[in-house]
Design a protein around this ligand. Structure first.
Ligand code: ATP
Length: 230
């Protein structure tokens, strides 16, 4: 069954057309790369999928039903901006997230925070940018959400931390149970992670499909395809 479906989704912000008729189906068990340059509409698409913005027209379905506000509990959305209170400690942020969403495995979250070398007693506001990115990731990946949406999880992160983030996604992903959509324009580093890819440009899907199949058919890496179609 498809976890997420977009049917002719348009989004306009006054004069700006952020999305121009998106049709999309994401099956359970997939890690999908949402690839596009700046301004392509990636964040808008993810915010609509998370139920945080409404389409101007078209429909969005989660597990076969019209997306409703209460569906947020099935979705782990990791925005590009910081989403935890700076005054909280890492432990408090974890407890807060766990109280908001009943599907968090707190033991798993604790061990993931330790793996990523995040001090539970440290204030969120005192973490570096890379550490804050790891915190968002750890708490999202400790949830048994049906749909995980990550907006540019590698943005502004140094290469070793990027590798740790990609490794965490690959190892903690609940294969067969959840679908993950990861937006990025850092295709080179992340392409090994994606099973399916959606290339977005100027609010339109310009190419989509199975990553291995596209590589084989075109004799190109995803990064090369990205440079050509986006
Ligand atoms: P980036 O990689 O730079 O984050 P993106 O692919 O995530 O870009 P979006 O942020 O979804 O792209 O933006 C798509 C288009 O919609 C852009 O032209 C942007 O200027 C416009 N847009 C997005 N949010 C708003 C808003 N709140 N008001 C007006 N225009 C907006």
């Amino acid at each position: 069954m498809n976890v997420l479906e977009f049917h002719s989704v348009h989004k306009r912000y006054y004069m700006a057309h952020a999305l121009r008729g998106i049709d999309l189906a994401v099956a359970r068990g997939k890690i999908v790369g949402l690839l596009g340059p700046n301004g392509a509409g990636k964040s808008t698409l993810l915010r609509i999928a998370a139920g945080l913005a409404s389409p101007t027209s078209g429909s969005v379905r989660l597990m076969g039903r019209q997306l409703r506000p209460c569906d947020k509990r099935h979705i782990a959305y990791v925005p590009e901006v910081d989403n935890f209170y700076a005054w909280m400690t890492v432990r408090q942020a974890m407890e807060f997230e766990s109280s908001m969403f009943g599907d968090m495995d707190v033991d798993d979250a604790r061990s993931l925070l330790a793996e990523l070398k995040l001090d539970p007693g440290k204030k969120v506001g005192a973490l570096s940018r890379g550490q804050r990115a790891k915190l968002k990731l750890a708490l999202a990946m400790s949830r048994a959400a049906d749909l995980v949406l990550m907006d540019e999880p590698l943005a502004g992160i140094d290469p070793p931390s990027r590798a740790a983030i990609l490794q965490t996604i690959a190892s903690r992903y609940r294969a067969g149970e959840q679908a993950i959509i990861i937006s990025t324009h850092e295709v080179l580093e992340s392409e090994a992670l994606f099973e399916d890819v959606v290339f977005l440009s100027s609010g339109r899907v310009v190419l989509s499909g199975h990553a291995d199949q596209l590589r084989e058919e075109r004799g190109q890496s995803l990064n090369e395809i990205f440079a050509e179609v986006c």
